[in-house]
Design a protein around this ligand. Structure first.
Ligand SMILES: Cc1ncc(COP(=O)(O)O)c(C=O)c1O
Length: 380
């Protein structure tokens, strides 16, 4: 593991949280670093390569902190994420089908010092990324994506998966590195995942046997998610895992027991703007600040939970208004009071903001742009 490196402060001097206009996204840096360290330790203990998915934070400064705390490379979804992250990382996986010549060209045009890998599941993708790799005079590494239960992307049949890997091997400009899968269908509470993990593990074992028999033993077996993070080692053959949400965690992750509420590093700072209607308070964070994501995989009503008053949830949303239901709480907020909300799904929230503020205790000590949000400038 490389030396610890704190997230760089990029404001000139610590400021009070009161000076920040709301709504704003706040990251408790101590919590975030604790989350990174825990995953780094887990990876080391189980000899797994940690390749975090940057879609959660979209910020090079956070990626640097991940790389300094045990990550071996990064995972991206969009070409723009890969471009932005190439400033701080020279080993990038684009875990999204590189379909369409403009997308393939963009991926193959990452700086030459970057080792680029793509995950794909079709002949179309192989041919397109091979052409882009040849045009860019580079090698693009490939994981063949398997559908091991999520039914989103991934080759479902093993004969087809092996044939696709053979096509990759035969393609000039490409190198077959291994297989990938995403266990996004395993979203139940951590202690209730046994049967799905067993089915997933069996499917994986079966797949590995078929690749072995075909003489194409995958060097890398890439999987993993935040809900299954701490059980990745139970999946036979996995060499690399790609959690994204774990950097900040969220209410959903806490609800399924993959973290505690105490591990949620990111909150939305909001202000109470009205208490006029009895039984509720209205904050300046609506769908354009919190998203409209449900809690998935566990019980949990509403669209976010108050950090300081966990019995209060955001029950209704307009674009710029969030309604707090006070029925189960003795807390009676006043207009102007500030609250911090743990969002249901943190990745969506981050993508709604330009800037993130980092805090230590009550002081704001840093601030960074969500540099990879959006699609970025396109070459053509
Ligand atoms: C392909 C892929 N890998 C990894 C992840 C990370 O998952 P999580 O945010 O649950 O950690 C995602 C999330 O969407 C994904 O799509």
């Amino acid at each position: 593991m490389r030396a610890l490196q704190p997230v760089r402060p990029v404001i000139d001097r610590p400021r009070s949280l009161d000076t920040i206009e709301t709504p704003a996204v706040i990251v408790d840096l101590d919590r975030m670093e604790r989350n990174l360290d825990a995953a780094g330790r887990y990876a080391a203990a189980h000899n797994l390569a940690l390749r975090p998915h940057v879609k959660t934070h979209k910020a090079p400064v956070v990626a640097e902190a991940q790389l300094a705390r045990g990550a071996r490379g990064l995972t991206c979804a969009t070409p723009f994420e890969a471009e932005v992250m190439s400033a701080v990382c020279d080993d990038i996986l684009v875990a999204y089908p590189p379909i369409g010549a403009p997308r393939a060209r963009r991926v193959a045009s990452l700086p030459p010092r970057v080792r680029v890998t793509v995950a794909l599941d079709s002949v179309h993708a192989v041919d397109e990324i091979a052409a882009a790799a040849r045009a860019a005079r580079r090698t693009v590494h490939v994981y063949v994506e398997l559908d091991l239960g999520m039914h989103r992307v991934g080759v479902p049949g093993l004969a087809d998966a092996v044939a696709l890997a053979a096509r990759v091997q035969a393609a000039q400009g490409l190198e077959f590195d291994g297989i990938a899968f995403y266990p996004g269908h395993v979203r139940e509470p951590v202690m209730e995942q046994d049967s799905k993990l067993r089915v997933l593990g069996d499917a994986l074992e079966h797949a590995l046997a078929r690749f072995d028999a075909a003489g194409m033993t995958p060097r890398v077996v890439s999987g993993g998610s935040t809900p299954t993070l701490w059980r990745t080692h139970e999946l036979p053959g996995v060499t690399e895992f790609r959690p994204g949400t774990y950097v900040y965690n969220d209410r959903t992750t806490a609800a399924i027991g993959a973290c505690t509420l105490d591990d949620c590093a990111l909150t939305v700072l909001a202000t109470v703007v009205s208490t006029a209607v009895p039984g509720q308070a209205v904050i300046d964070a609506g769908t354009k600040s919190l998203g409209r994501e449900p809690v998935r995989g566990a019980d949990g009503e509403g669209f976010g939970q108050l950090l300081e008053h966990p019995d209060v949830v955001v029950t209704r949303l307009s674009e710029e208004h969030g309604v707090l239901d006070l029925a189960r709480s003795s807390w009676r907020p006043v207009v102007g009071e500030r609250v911090r909300i743990v969002p249901n799904h943190v990745c969506i929230v981050v993508h709604l903001y330009d800037l993130v503020f980092g805090t230590r205790g009550d002081a704001v000590v840093s601030c960074w742009p969500v540099a990879a949000r959006g699609r970025g400038p396109r070459a053509d």
